[in-house]
Design a protein around this ligand. Structure first.
Ligand SMILES: Nc1nc2c(ncn2[C@@H]2O[C@H](COP(=O)(O)OP(=O)(O)OP(=O)(O)O)[C@@H](O)[C@H]2O)c(=O)[nH]1
Length: 846
């Protein structure tokens, strides 16, 4: 058993070490999963640090500093062109022969741009497609960094920009977002259903077939049914009370799909013109204030306006003009293009009144009616239906929307534009964000050093340490609490039982009533004073001792001894808990208490029955040797002295309650005289008598009882010490000694048995059950447990913050390496017009 314990312990220690090590990894993993496998290993090495994390923290650290390029990218950098074995868009159809090159290099973006949807050919050149892929990779990395920063306690300086979607009610905001995602998932209804910002992170998962959403803050897991996502969003929004109507507490939603680009978007409540009669009067200004908060720099504004409403009246454009007067970070989206004349539509997109550097995009995002019935429910993707419908419309009017028209139309182009814009905006924000992270990290590092002496801590390591310490103190306790201690407990209990038996059968003096003694019980007629001189054959004294012995042996020693030993163990566990770090953790107190109770209860059943069988022979015959008699005599002397001492102490208390020795003497002598018949009471004395109140008489009876008991004990102490009681053959004259010796015999059997059956088994099982219990806890429970202690919570927060910030900086480093390679590649002569446009100021400064 010992060997197994050691092996088990070592394995657990190892487990704990791994747990502690993977603590940070898990956190990072939470903000990034689902994108870990790709069609061609596209992101492996270069981008997906998260995927590497699964291989261990050390490996991750190593890799983060040494970012590996995927083959296809190296080929591009080394001028070998694109690899035809490059990734495919996962769930999408096979690329057409003429496009195979582009499909190889740019397939990752092809699906994300919705270019492989039916009716859409990828007409990009190889270089452009490859660069799109690379851009997507950079964007993804930045979004990862953004998500990581979201998990750090929020400070405004620690964010990367996002795309904020604003527009009036019914302008088509939801339709645009749903067209980008390919699913109906946003709350719908007339009752102002968007009440909170929805922070939507789209994660492109090229190889995965399943599309799903996650609410990281809710822990609902992966939701593949988009109507369920819609329902959850609706519930979360409607939970904002009618009287507040809007809240700035964002809902975070991540959607993973092979058909979405990597994007981070924020959907906001739609602007209203005027409050409805049942809406709060300040609602319009509240929505405005909320939107204004989000459309500040460096966020990109996606201003949605419907084509059938004059752009001059567009609330979204008016708001964006206030926040972005030079139109540098606003993308104008004109929805419902199908509702206006194509010529008019094209004019709108060329708007010169509010020129936008990022331009306007016209879209038709309505889900065709026939498709709605087919796709609207569950998890079917509506992307193809929308893009087909949309391109049919734009293709039908080439004079207005064709290549020569110089207007940008269509959801795929919008998606692409969003990715490009987000990437470039994020990259220009990196320098300032990086500075802010360095600053925050310096603060966290200082606190870590000064407050916590650089002692690393994770919820798992804290639990493991606490558990180890507790098991260690339990081991110490188990070394000290053995057979001897059980013996003391059991013997003490049986001593009390012996005293009770003696009091019942030998020492009984009736004091419950105020009555003359001659009317009372037999024991008074055979006073104990007469015992030393009684006839050795007097059956009364034989009967008394035999009956007392029988009562003692048939007391249910099995149950009694097992129960008090288990209780003692249980209370020792409680004090061990309260002297351990677990004392600040109600959850752990409950778990440990429960574990010990369960084990003790289970063990007690069998133990008590078996112990009862072991003491059975004593129920029929008890033989004592001289030594046992001698030991009994010594022990009962101590017990009687203890009892005498207790009686005297109790007498003192009663004396104080009565009001002094003198008053007590008066009451006691009155009751004495009544008992002797010297005073005859009228009535029963219940209402008081002899000038004493009823309460005083009650106390007097207590004092008399204690006095009588003290007298008897003194008398019996003298008897126990007498020559008569030195010999075991005089047992009927010395019941105290005999009963003590019997109790001693019972105790010896009990302690031996309890030591083997209860203690040993408990000592073996308890630490293992604890270990098992704590080992199977899930991460969130362990985290909750550790955070119950405010000091530990603070410590954990500092460690976590520091680790996250360090990790973010590392991610930024690898991003910088990728960017440097991109620059090298550009300078090797593959520079195109497109490259020039994509080179950004600020990139590489951080
Ligand atoms: N014909 C046409 N109808 C559209 C288009 N886009 C959206 N709609 C319709 O316009 C209505 C409003 O669209 P939503 O996407 O719900 O607009 P919203 O801005 O999200 O509205 P709120 O959630 O109320 O703020 C819906 O009935 C859509 O079907 C479009 O391009 N063409």
């Amino acid at each position: 058993m010992f060997a197994t314990a050691i092996i088990g312990g070592a394995a657990y220690l190892q487990y704990q070490a791994v747990q502690a090590g993977t603590y940070a990894i898990d956190i990072f993993g939470k903000v990034k999963d689902g994108a870990t496998s790709t069609a061609s290993g596209l992101w492996e090495g270069a981008n997906d640090v998260f995927a590497q994390m699964g291989r261990g923290w050390d490996k991750t650290k190593e890799d983060a500093g040494n970012v590996e390029m995927p083959q296809w990218m190296r080929d591009i950098y080394e001028g070998r062109g694109s690899s035809k074995e490059g990734g495919s868009g996962g769930g999408g159809p096979e690329p057409k022969e003429s496009n195979i090159g582009a499909a190889g290099a740019g397939a990752a973006t092809a699906a994300a741009f919705a270019m492989d949807s039916e009716g859409e050919d990828d007409t990009r050149s190889e270089d452009v497609a490859a660069r799109d892929d690379q851009m997507m990779m950079l964007t993804r990395k930045m979004i990862e960094i953004r998500s990581l920063l979201q998990t750090v306690e929020q400070a405004d300086s620690l964010t990367l920009p996002s795309i904020v979607v604003v527009g009036s009610q019914s302008s088509g905001k939801s339709s645009v977002l749903e067209a980008i995602v390919g699913h109906e998932f946003l709350p719908k209804g007339s009752n102002m259903v968007t009440r909170r910002p929805i922070e939507l992170t789209l994660v492109n998962t090229p190889k995965a077939h399943a599309e799903y959403g996650e609410f990281p803050a809710l822990g609902l897991g992966k939701i593949t049914d988009f109507t369920q996502i819609q329902k959850t969003l609706t519930d979360l929004n409607l939970a904002v009370p009618e009287k507040d109507c809007v809240s700035d507490d964002p809902i975070q939603l991540r959607i993973h799909s092979p058909n979405v680009p990597d994007l981070s978007l924020i959907d906001l409540p739609g602007y209203i013109q005027v409050e409805a009669f049942d809406q709060p009067t300040e609602l319009k200004t509240k929505i405005q204030a909320l939107c204004d908060k989000y459309i500040q720099a460096p966020n990109v504004i996606l201003a949605i306006s419907a084509a059938d409403v004059d752009l001059a009246n567009s609330t979204a454009l008016r708001a964006s003009r206030r926040a972005d007067p030079r139109g540098e970070r606003t993308i104008g989206v004109v929805t419902k293009m199908d509702l206006v004349d194509p010529v008019r539509g094209a004019q709108i997109l060329k708007d010169r009144n509010y020129p936008l550097r990022l331009g306007y995009v016209g879209v038709v995002c309505k889900i065709p009616q026939e498709s709605r019935s087919l796709f609207s429910r569950g998890s079917a993707n509506i992307l193809n239906a929308i893009t087909r419908n949309e391109s049919a419309y734009f293709n039908a009017h080439p004079e207005s929307f064709g290549e020569s028209s110089q207007v940008l139309t269509g959801t795929p182009n919008l998606r692409k534009k969003l990715m490009h814009v987000l990437e470039s905006t994020m990259s220009s924000s990196l320098a300032t964000t990086s500075e802010a992270i360095h600053h925050e990290l310096a603060e966290a590092t200082y606190e870590f050093k000064v407050q916590y002496n650089e002692r690393s801590l994770s919820a798992e390591s804290y639990l493991a340490e606490s558990l180890d310490a507790f098991k260690h103190s339990f081991k110490g306790f188990s070394d000290q609490f053995g057979r001897k201690e059980v013996r003391e407990i059991v013997k003490h209990e049986l001593d009390q039982q012996v005293l009770n038996l003696l009091a019942q059968r030998y020492w009984n003096r009736p004091v419950e009533t105020l009555q003359p003694l001659d009317k009372l019980s037999e024991s008074v007629q055979d006073p104990l004073e007469s015992l030393p001189k009684a006839d050795p054959e007097n059956p009364l004294w034989h009967l008394k001792l035999d009956a007392s012995t029988s009562t003692l042996t048939k007391l249910g020693i099995g149950r009694l001894a097992t129960t008090i030993t288990a209780q003692s163990l249980q209370s020792s566990i409680q004090s061990l808990i309260h002297n351990s770090t677990f004392s600040n953790h109600p959850f752990a107190i409950e778990a440990i208490t429960q574990a010990s109770e369960n084990i003790l209860r289970d063990l007690s059943f069998d133990t008590s029955d078996e112990l009862e069988i072991c003491v059975k022979p004593y129920k029929y015959r008890i033989e004592l040797d001289d030594n046992e008699w001698k030991r009994g005599r010594e022990n009962i002397t101590t017990v009687l002295k203890g009892e005498l001492h207790d009686c005297e102490a109790a007498t003192k208390v009663v004396e104080e309650q009565i009001g002094g020795r003198r008053k007590m003497k008066d009451v006691v002598s009155f009751i004495d005289r009544v008992r002797k018949g010297d005073v005859v009471l009228e009535g029963d004395g219940i209402g008081g008598a002899g000038g004493f109140s009823a309460a005083l008489l009650e106390k007097g009876k207590e004092a008399l009882f204690l006095r009588d008991r003290s007298d008897i004990i003194r008398m019996r102490l003298a008897a126990v010490k007498s020559r008569q009681c030195s010999d075991k053959k005089n047992k009927y004259y010395c019941p105290e000694i005999f009963l003590d010796a019997v109790a001693d015999k019972l105790t010896s059997t009990a302690d031996l048995f309890l030591d083997a059956e209860l203690l040993s088994k408990f000592y073996y099982q308890f630490p293992r059950v604890l270990e098992q219990h704590f080992r199977q806890l899930d991460d969130s429970t362990i985290e909750r447990f550790a955070r119950e202690d405010p000091k530990i919570k603070r410590h954990l927060d500092v460690v976590k913050r520091k680790e996250l910030l360090e990790h973010v900086l590392k991610e930024m480093d690898s991003l910088r390496q990728l960017e440097a390679r991109e620059k090298r590649n550009s300078s090797r002569g593959t520079q195109t017009e497109d490259d020039g446009r994509r080179r950004r100021k600020g990139w590489g400064l951080f």
